[in-house]
Write a protein that binds this ligand. Sequence first.
Ligand code: HEM
Ligand SMILES: [Cu+2]
Length: 611
Amino acid sequence: MTRTGPKGIWSWVTTVDHKRIGIMYAIAALLFFLTGGLEALLIRIQLGRPDGTVLSADAYNQLFTMHGLTMVFLVIMPIAAAFTNYFLPIMIGARDVAFPRLNAFSFWLFTFAGVFMASSFLLGGAPDGGWTGYAPLSIQVKEYIRMDFFSIGAQLLGVASLAAAVNFITTVFTMRAPGMSMLRMPVFVWMALVVQFLLLFSLPLIAIGLFQLYFDRNLGTVFYAAAAGADPLLWQHLFWLFGHPEVYVLVLPAMGIVSEILPVFSRKPLFGYSFVVFAGVAIGFLGFGVWSHHMFTAGLGPLAEVGFGLSTMVIAIPTGIKVFNWIGTLWGGDLRFTTPMLYSIAFIAMFVVGGLSGVTHAIVPTDTQQHDSYYVVAHLHYVLVGGAVMGYIAGVHYWFGKWTGRMISQKIGKIEFWIFVVGINMTYGPMHALGLNGMPRRTYRYGPGLGFDFWNLFATVGAFILSVGVLLFVYNMVWSYFKGEVAGNDPWDARTLEWSTPSPTPVYNFDVEPDVHGLDEWWHQKYQEDEDGRPVLRQDQPVPSVALDDYSHIHMPSESFYPFLTAFGLVVLGYGLLYAPVGFWFSGLGVLTALWGFFGWSLEPVTKGEH
Ligand code: HEM
Ligand SMILES: [Cu+2]
């Protein structure tokens, strides 16, 4: 074994190293981010002026649907997976995840399913029923297969995430370094763990719905056919039982990242660590009890509406606790306004705006006016872009050095940051007003003189400014990868274990498995006293992390081609299912390939005999 592992394209295809898989998730997420951003720009160009003529209604429907699907499932989820893959094992002092080949399988299945969905544009049209795929619209059998791309693609993505969830839960429960008790885990690890449980319990629900959707469209069942007496509300229930926890899947890891960054640049431990952790767990639990707040206008009856309105307001409590703890961390700290810090502070500010408009939706009569208006669009973009995306970009600026060995430029980073802040608020801010003035959501055109003209143009200009920020961010990453300052192990004087390893982290993560004595272990290895100058009691002296010149005693699992093959087979199966019934023969081929991969994987030894 060498320090950096094997080289070449093939080594990436067959890799089972959690760090390489994390980096591949990040690259995939970035490419999909550019795709989803292009879709958004087209949408904004169309809406920039009244009576827009750039897009037809049909093209518009495909674009806003794919934009939503792409940003939620192919950008935010994989970027969160990128951080989780790379850092979760290192932060708990492990050498890898519990099931490295399953991890590779998750990545490849995700990637193929993403390409599957994007390929719909070339194969008869993209899904056009909204990212929520509401029945009965989505079951209408058209001459084309657009919503089949949705049901099959989302199903495959779900399998990938479910496998990852099992993998990370097992990793956290079984692979922590000696002394790393649950309440010594970094907040990011905790939030990632909560997310895996949310996925574990919510994905099976949407899987059922997606199967039924496929069956209704292709096999003549009537699960959602109102004409046959079925209740299309069933779809809404299944979708949001998955969909609401899903929105926390999108944002909790970003909250975890921000909770790592703020203490480092405030030079103080996180204020109220256990409150932040338990608030995250509470958000996870409560997230399952509020799904019907997406259905206030569907006619559930007053009792259900009041109940779900109240439960939704309760979620604001743990969310508020987190915000107060973040502010408490900043309070009286020795603040360093680095780029990760700036992005984290912006995350808090914009997330609070989005959270507050969320609370206004919880009031049923108010929501009745806001629902399906641009106000909801403003809300979800403040939490998803101002919140989640800014949190992940903060993470990129924080950990870039650990990934690549070079620091991302702070000078360019600060310019990027201000462009982002201006762009986001210009684009989504006015949508609150547009929505309250009655501009409906998911509309491809509006007439002049309705009072929508000015703010729509304003938002479109904002969207272009935002895109400049994105391009500058990409430029910064590429430039810094080649020309950035060399990072060293611990450039920020940070607190958690990943900073005790070289940058980039060697294949086997740690020369010597760390021995953990408390929260913020790495900080206490460096400083033997706490922030107030009191000595920290340690049972023994830290093990110095020496560079070994003999790695022969460390055995890492060897590369495998089978996870790739299995994932590939499943996507071939998916393509066949689009063209029922003839396509089923093609699907058979996919099943055989997947089985070949699966058996190969099961029968292959985990490590091929290197001494
Ligand atoms: C944690 C981050 C959050 C994310 C990522 C998020 C995301 C979303 C999304 C994607 C929608 C749009 C659903 C659709 O397409 O119809 C939505 C709507 C909604 N959100 Fe949030 N949200 C978050 C926080 C909150 C909070 C804190 C509350 C309340 C305390 C809230 C309450 C609502 C309600 C009631 C709706 C339904 C509005 C309607 O459709 O009329 N959200 N949210
Ligand atoms: Cu919700």
